[in-house]
Ligand binder design. Sequence first.
Ligand SMILES: [Zn+2]
Length: 414
Amino acid sequence: MRAPFLKFLIWAVFLFPFLCCQGESPEWSRLDKYKGSMSKAEFERLLKNVYVPREKWRMNWIELGQDAVKIRKQGGKDEWYVMPFFNPEGNATTLPPEEYWRSGRKLRSTSTVKPLSGYRIALDPGHLGGRYSRMEGRHFEIGEHRPVKEGDLTLQVAKRLSKNLRALGAEVFLLRTSAKPTTKERPKTLREEGKAWQKRIDGESPPDRNKRDQRKIEKRRAEILFFRKEEISARARLVNEEIKPDLVVCIHLNAAAWPDPDNHELVERNDFHVLTNGAYMGGEVAVDEQRLQMMVKLLSRSHREELSLAESMAACFSRATGLPAFSYKGPNAVKIGETPGVWGRNLLANRLYQCPVVFLEPYVANSKEVFARIAAGDYKGVKKVAGKLRVSLVEEYVDAVVAGLVLHAGNHSP
Ligand SMILES: [Zn+2]
C-alpha cells in the first residue's frame, strides 16, 4: 500500500540514500568472492534487463570492459573496483560462490517427500500494525467502518500462511509476530537524528518556521527514520544474520491514490503485481552503498530465483483472484520476463535482504470490492460478499501464495 504516500516516496528515493550512507565507506571486498564467477554476457544481460535498464543511469559509475567490469568505489573519487569476468580459458572455477541461501535447483532434491521439504522460508508481514499504522500512512477509514490497517492484514495472512507451509514440509519464520516493531528504536530515541536530517534538507538557508512547525517537521523525520530505516534494517539483520532463509516472501496489499485526498472515496481499480529487485535509477546507482548492494544482488544470481518465484506467484494470483495485472508507467520499475504482473523495483527491503525476495502486491485495498471483502473479515467457507460467493480475502491470499511456492519448488530439475 504505497500509492497514497507519494510525498514520502519522493523522500525515500532521493533523500534516504544520502542520509543513510554519509561518511560510511562501503566494503567492496564483499565482492571478492565473485571474481571470475560470471561471464560478461550474463553480467551484461542482468545489468541491462534487470538492474540498471537505462545506460545513462550507470554512466560514470559502472564501466563494462572486455574482460572485466569497473565499478566506481566512491562518488567524486577516481578509485575503481575491478571485477574480472569468467574466463573459460583461465583457471577460474565454474561453481558459483556459496551463499547462505540455496537455489531452487539445489533444494529440488530435498523436496521429494513433501513439496516444500527442506525449504527455509521467511515471511515478512509488511509494515507495522496497531497504533503504528497511522504513523506509517498504511491506514485509512471510511465512515463508521473499522479502520483498514495494512500491517494488521499482512500479519493475519502471514500467520495463516505459516501453518499451511509447514504442513507442506517447509521451515517457516515470521519477521514479526505482532503489531510491534522489530527494531528497539522508537521515534523518541531518534529525535536528534531526525533533527540532523532536517538540517541537511534545509541546507544553508532554512525556511522561516515557527518553533511549533520546526518541532513538528523534526518529529516527522524521526518517525520516518523509525518505521523505515530502522525497522527494515532490523528485519534485514534478522534475515541475513540469524534466519538465513532460502527466500523471503514480503506480504503487502496495494492501494490506489485517492482521487480527492481530502474526501476519501473508494475507487474502482483492483489488480495485482509481484516485484523482484531491480530498476536502480540514476540517483540510486550514484549512492555508494546502494551500488554495492546492487552488485551483491546481481553477482549472487538471486534474480534467477526471484524470477521463477515471481512468475509462479503471478500465475497463481491471477488464477486465484481473477484480477488483472498492474502495469507501471514510470521509470521506477522495469518489466521482468513475459508473465504479466511481474516487475522489478528497488525497495529498501528487497535490496537489503541478501537472499531471493519477492514482494506481493495483490488487491487495491481502497477499491470498492476489496474494502467490502476486508470489512467482511476472515470467515470459513464461502459467503456472498460484494455481489459474489467468495472465500475470505485472507484465505484467498494464503492459497495463492502456497500454490505459487509449490509451483516454484517444482520448476527445477535437481
Ligand atoms: Zn505495503
